[in-house]
Design a protein around this ligand. Structure first.
Ligand code: SAH
Length: 350
């Protein structure tokens, strides 16, 4: 079965040409995808015979809303999508003054193993396809009626561990006949895969690269982020410096504040020292507690922020949205997985 929705326009054009169809069919189909149709049957300006042929030969499995939680506090919506093969991923729609933002997933699970993160607990099941990534934006927009102007790749999974898919996804959402969302309205977050950061730099995209740093010293970072055990903080920050030099885009560093782990003054001082000389922005994230993890939120966020600012670093503290609805990444999927386990015949036997 062919996945036409994951193709770009030139590939789609070639595909139709090979089947003796005129090139304009590709554009018609491409446009229909982004109008959010859920079957080839709905593509009313295609000949009926072609629609039938496409239905037979191509996959078209839009995600189903498996669960949906709406925050009573701020209108944040969390979606748990069921994909064509029964796997589930999450997206979160947040309403900001500067526009509606959707945070999407790029893998089913994650293999990076960060100690504080719910998405990685059961490992990685598989990569998403470009279409499955696009659909999270498209169907969140259609379900909520909220036009999406910004996308963040900060849901389940490591975007640079699914590199080619993510690049294709960016091309599709950026395309004028696709979702037409500008690169400057897209953020990509990575745990710091240095080779892939170098590779990404070569594309010179105007998106915002967020790097999940979470600690300025190797001892702490290796403890909470296994990815640091092979490439330490120094090399990561060097890579970020190169990224800035190549793309001209300032890096945003994410720093989840964990009680007694990464929130001391000496760590603020070391962080400032590491970032000296390159335009950077530090985003402090109050830790979301994950049931399976003993890590607790820091009580020193304001003090840490002040200390960083005293060194001339630009710092923001992430506003907590959807606190009443498990809105941090991976939590809803975990919860659904655990409930399904409890309802399964094997579990009931116990
Ligand atoms: N794999 C990518 C993107 C996914 S997570 C990355 O590592 O950047 C998006 C951000 O949320 C990352 O900075 C991640 O470290 C952070 N995060 C994960 N679990 C968290 C938690 N329980 N509390 C606060 N931030 C968390």
């Amino acid at each position: 079965m062919t996945d036409l929705k994951s193709m770009n326009l030139p590939e789609l054009t070639a595909w139709f040409k090979e089947r003796g169809q005129p090139a304009f069919r590709a554009k018609q189909v491409f446009k229909w995808f982004y109008r959010g149709v859920t079957s080839f049957e709905e593509m009313s300006d295609l000949p009926k015979a072609l629609r039938e042929e496409l239905t037979e030969q191509c996959i078209f499995t839009p995600p189903k809303v498996a669960r949906k939680q709406v925050s009573a506090q701020d209108g944040t919506i969390k979606y748990l999508w069921e994909l064509g093969d029964g796997n589930c991923v999450e997206s979160v729609l947040m309403r900001y003054q500067h526009g509606n933002t959707v945070c999407i997933s790029c893998q089913v699970g994650c293999r990076m193993g960060c100690a504080f993160c719910a998405s990685t607990i059961a490992g990685r099941v598989r990569n998403l396809t470009p279409a499955e990534m696009v659909d999270q934006v498209l169907f969140a927009q259609m379900d909520s009626g909220a036009p999406i102007s910004n996308i963040v790749l900060m849901g389940i999974g490591e975007p640079l561990d699914n590199f080619d898919t993510v690049m294709r996804f960016l091309e599709l959402v950026n395309h004028p006949d696709g979702l037409n969302i500008g690169m400057r309205h897209i953020s990509l977050s990575t745990c710091g895969l240095v080779d892939q950061i170098d590779k990404l730099a070569q594309y010179g995209l105007q998106l915002t690269l967020s790097v999940s740093l979470h600690a300025p010293d190797d001892e702490t970072r290796s403890k909470i982020m296994p990815v640091n055990r092979s490439v330490g903080v120094e090399k990561l920050v060097e890579t970020c410096r190169r990224y800035f030099e190549t793309t001209g885009r300032r890096i945003s560093y994410e720093y989840a504040m964990i009680d007694g782990v990464n929130d001391s003054d000496w760590q603020a001082d070391l962080l400032a020292k590491r970032l000296r000389g390159v335009p950077a922005h530090v985003n402090l994230i109050p830790l979301n507690e994950v049931e399976e993890s003993p890590l607790k939120p820091s009580r020193r966020v304001a003090a840490f922020q002040k200390r960083l600012e005293s060194h001339g670093i630009t710092v923001t503290v992430r506003r907590k949205l959807g606190g009443d609805i498990d809105a941090s990444c991976g939590q809803l999927r975990r919860k659904a997985m655990k409930e399904n386990e409890r309802n399964s015949p094997e579990y009931r036997k116990k």
